[in-house]
Ligand binder design. Sequence first.
Ligand code: ADP
Length: 293
Amino acid sequence: RIVVAGSANMDLVGIAERLPLPGETVLGSDFVMMPGGKGANQAIAAARAGSGSVFLGAIGSDSFGVTLNARLHAAGVDVTHVRTSYGASGVAVIMVDHAGENAILVSPGANSTFTNLNEDEARLIAGGDVLLCQLEIPVETVTAACTAARAGGTRTILNAAPARELPADLLANVDLLVVNELEAQTITDSQSPDMAALLALVPRVVLTLGGSGSRYAERDGRDEFVPAFKVEPTDTTAAGDAFTGALAVAWGEGRDLIEAVRWANAAGAACVRKLGASNALPTRTEIDEIFQG
Ligand code: ADP
């Protein structure tokens, strides 16, 4: 079972010919509303990839919260331990122009109330196969979750997104770090991804490289480039979430990490073939289809 401790947002996406300037109103065309947030997306990715998936997080008492809970549940995610926080759910207001350029405002809402891991949450984490976290909830909570996981013998994956400086008491309990190139640079404060610097912080690192694939490296051990699967990309949104969710599932099943990364590459490839975010997260069958060629 995969336990995800993280964020849930409602993504409000408006499309217009061009983005408005400060103070300006622009008449748009389409509008869509869809569940998002890296935590919720990765919990859905893990469920679709064929594992039991528990989401721990805080969702608001507004109508967005009702929809977010329902969509997670419908995707097969266990939402029985989700906190309901009085007030607004997390929301991302996203504007996209016809060239695909965007401007995004994230209002964390309920996500910022996910503090002080409770006993029930700590017990669930300790009983899981893999704990999966991102950085869209307070970092103290991520630290507490990884500490509870380590105490219970649960393996931990930190997808360090959005990138920020990582406290030592968090790094001490991270078994596997998943980052893209930009996040890698931010964490090590360097101009290009520095694998050695990352491996000084955590014992295992997966660096995702977009359409090229990914690289897996471990401290004093293997360092391998794992090429992407060739697909016709339609929309790369949520590729990282599909990848990370699938990686957690494969590692939780006891697969070797190189093999797990290869399978996660297939999940990322399956995701970019489809238009959309959480609705584009692939099922196990879709992942296996690409994996087996
Ligand atoms: P993020 O969205 O977090 O920046 P990436 O863009 O690195 O993450 O994508 C995550 C993974 O998805 C990659 O490691 C790769 O396996 C897969 N992927 C992304 N883009 C493509 C693509 N165009 N073709 C095939 N696979 C892709």
